[in-house]
Design a protein around this ligand. Structure first.
Ligand SMILES: [Zn+2]
Length: 182
């Protein structure tokens, strides 16, 4: 079965270990690094085993990480004209992503328009901000405490992920067919 054919019907709930009873879909927004670790371990085992068929856990991990990368944010750009705003596509962060404390927030998000990006840049006094796309994989570039902050203040609100969403809600969020707006 190729990854293109894998179509899960529900969240993957872990049955044992440190994250018992949590769904992989929850770990995507709580411990993204753990999801990647599971996938790396599965890939290593698969290569050692002569690349035989992947088990369902492996396929679910691949599917979930891929779906995560294709999520699109839903919030209107805070810097666009109020009557016809574009949707946000990127966010800006002040400070060292690997350091102790970054500054971030929804007012530092913008759409693809250059004017909107410039409005954010102008808010920063020394132009010491960096721009990122709304992708779960950007979390890899941040330290652990910064990841938590970024998820709470930018990624979750940007994607419309509510704290109270159930395992099933999160599964549906990741399973939805997203289309990049033309
Ligand atoms: Zn804009």
């Amino acid at each position: 079965m190729s990854i293109g054919e894998y179509r899960p019907t529900g969240p993957w709930v872990l049955q044992s270990g440190k994250n018992e009873d949590q769904a992989l879909e929850q770990l995507m927004i709580r411990k993204y690094a753990t999801v990647l670790w599971f996938l790396r371990k599965r890939n290593e085992g698969w290569e050692r085993g002569g690349r035989r068929s992947k088990d369902r856990f492996h396929q679910h991990l691949e599917w979930l990480v891929k779906q995560g990368e294709s999520r699109i944010p839903i919030c209107p750009c805070p810097h666009c004209p109020k009557d016809n705003p574009n949707t946000i596509t990127r966010f800006s962060v002040i400070g060292d992503p690997r350091g102790n404390q970054i500054s971030c927030g929804m007012s530092f998000t913008a759409c693809d328009r250059e004017e909107c990006k410039r409005k954010v840049d102008d808010q920063t006094t020394k132009n010491n901000n960096s721009w990122y796309r709304f992708k779960f994989s950007v979390l890899n570039e941040f330290s652990k405490s910064n990841q938590t902050l970024l998820l709470r203040t930018v990624l979750r609100p940007g994607f419309g992920i509510d704290k109270r969403m159930s395992k099933q809600d999160l599964f549906e969020f990741f399973a939805a067919e997203n289309h990049i707006a033309a």
